[in-house]
Design a protein around this ligand. Sequence first.
Ligand SMILES: *Cc1c(COP(=O)(O)O)cnc(C)c1O
Length: 415
Amino acid sequence: MTPYFSYQQDQLCVDDLPLVDIAQRYGTPCYVYSHAALTAAYREFAEAFKSREHLICYAVKANPSLAILNLFARLGAGFDIVSGGELQRVLAAGGAANKVVFSGVGKSAAEMKLALEAEILCFNVESAAELERLNEVAGSLGRVAPISLRVNPNVDAKTHPYISTGLKKNKFGVAYDEARALYRRAAALPNIRVTGMDCHIGSQLTEVSPFVAAAEKVLALADQLAEDGIVLEHLDLGGGLGICYNDETPPSIAEYAQALLAALAGRSERLIFEPGRRLVGNAGVLLTTIEYLKQGEEKSFALVDAAMNDLMRPALYDAYHAIQPVVSRSDVATAIYEVVGPVCETGDFIGHDRELAVAAGDVLAVMSAGAYGMSMSSNYNTRPRAAEVLVREGEAHLIRERETVRSLYANERVV
Ligand SMILES: *Cc1c(COP(=O)(O)O)cnc(C)c1O
């Protein structure tokens, strides 16, 4: 657990504010984020790399809430986007287009146009076909597109296969052995300007060594490009630094920075990073109320009002999130529960085999839910998406209203 969410006597609090009060005021399910935790995570990252010119491009998809984007923009962050929609969000939140890098394997011509007109910092190009299309789109607008190639260093990130992206078999990036030739092609295209190199090998990495291995391959390729007369202004080393959900021991940001800075000693390129999860994951919780306790034939169930549509990570990756009562109690017996939602899928669980002393009506906090929680939520089972609250200096602010059912079918027609 982070120091930003902690018990004061029997109450789980954020900034001295009991989470149970937030649940009462805004209802559940409800995401709650700590302004102090978000700020501290960003500052820790910036501090660790302060000896080098760098730009931290927060990966919007981890949590795209306008209030969170605005918070990072005020701290000086840039943004890593993966869609035109995310670019519009960044701009709406007050982010600067000239600090935006655009990743993703399937950029449409319309998205390219949007990003070119906004004058973003860099397109992270992931294939030969994308490079040609970008050149055409830029040409039709009379513009020149700044690009990096996202190279696939074929490094094992040693993470969950669904979030490992830097292996030869993955769909991401340009094959390492083909990148040099594609850079030469890029350098020859009239509406493309080569500015950097990019790699991102996966998410929730808990070791430093794959990052260093990837950086070394990036540097080796950058040296080959220099022989070809292609000089890079920046190196984008991606995101992916993991957090502690349960018993993982990811490197500290300082350890990660130290290892990378050692590998990059003597280089003059500006550095770009694309952290997502590390900046927001431990800064948020999902509050949910127990509707019923149910004794099954083999298991006891705590049926809660949050479900896989609110927090998909357990169903998708069998991910672990700690679950804490927001008011701890000693007047009921502890039991082992399956913490499950109301959605009609056996995969709809929040946690397996959790030891809890709880009763119906109690509120639980699903911890470390700030990243890939709200952003992956859906309306499955016609469930309106949760409210979001940001707590700053002890005060709760509603940053996203709970959806209404009406809004869910507002764009539908019967025939
Ligand atoms: C998702 C993603 C990130 C962020 O990954 P985290 O593990 O959340 O840090 C960064 N860059 C790219 C290209 C991504 O797709």
